[in-house]
Design a protein around this ligand. Structure first.
Ligand code: PEP
Length: 253
């Protein structure tokens, strides 16, 4: 892992008000390890970005968003641009989460445009890829995930790739309590790194952080994070509890 950053990122999804965000931040300040073994990120709702940025200001925790629009500005009612996120104190942004792909019609092309808008604005996109249960049963996982990665990275130059994080999130494992085995997850993360090696060469592939996401919790985190190509986690449910999230951060040590 010495070639790349370890990242534990929480995805709050559509949870927590500003008040709840402040309470969580106070809890985190007492729990958060001083350790420097990983970068810690919390992806909060758009409206909570200013509160989170303020509450976590003096901590090691970075604030992330869960989505963005790819246009720099304009007539896109209800949308938020990369520069708005950056200005509000965001460092990371989740792109192409399976909930957005499945419920809000995000295509590989949109995911690519969003990833490009993010890196161009100086944000760090966490690009999500992963197969459905049906696709896994059909034996399509490796091929599909590789295609999603290629599509998402199209047009991103090698120097901008330094800001890109990939999250492998099997759809059947998200919010279901079904975790991929560490071997299954490790194998696909290795496949993702091979795809990046193909596109950008070995040196860059070695430096890209690849996360696993899907029902990661304090009990299973250590084993998942022990896989050589899993460099951290994208954590949904378990990130809603400051103590569970801290336990996962400690498991990354
Ligand atoms: C996620 O939404 O990215 C996720 C991994 O959720 P959960 O941990 O709840 O499965």
């Amino acid at each position: 892992r010495r070639y790349r950053k370890t990242i534990i990122a929480g995805n709050w999804k559509m949870n927590k008000t500003a008040t709840e965000t402040r309470i969580y931040a106070d809890q985190m300040k007492t729990l958060l390890p001083k350790a420097k073994w990983c970068e810690i990120v919390l992806c909060v709702s758009f409206v909570n970005i200013p509160t989170a940025a303020k509450s976590f200001k003096d901590t090691r925790l970075s604030v992330g968003a869960q989505n963005l629009h790819y246009a720099p500005e304009g007539a896109y009612t209800g949308e938020v641009s990369a520069s708005m996120l950056k200005d509000a104190g965001t460092k990371y942004v989740i792109v192409g989460h399976s909930e957005r792909r499945a419920q809000f019609g995000e295509t590989d092309l949109m995911v690519n445009k969003k990833a490009r808008a993010a890196v161009d604005a100086g944000l760090y996109p966490i690009i999500c890829v992963g197969e459905t249960e049906e696709q896994r049963e059909l034996g399509l996982t490796a091929e599909l995930v590789s295609l999603q990665v290629r599509a998402a990275l199209a047009g991103i130059s090698a120097d901008k790739l330094r800001r890109v994080v990939i999250a492998y999130e099997p759809v059947w494992a998200i919010g279901t309590g079904n975790t991929a085995t560490s071997a299954q997850a490790g194998e696909i993360c290795n496949e993702i790194r091979a795809t990046i090696r193909h596109l950008y060469g070995a040196r860059i592939a070695r430096s890209v952080t690849i996360l696993y996401g899907g029902s990661m919790n304090p009990e299973n985190a250590y084993e998942l994070l022990s896989q050589p190509d899993i460099d951290g986690g994208l954590v949904g449910n378990a990130s809603l509890s400051a103590s569970d999230f801290t336990a996962i951060i400690n498991a990354a040590n």
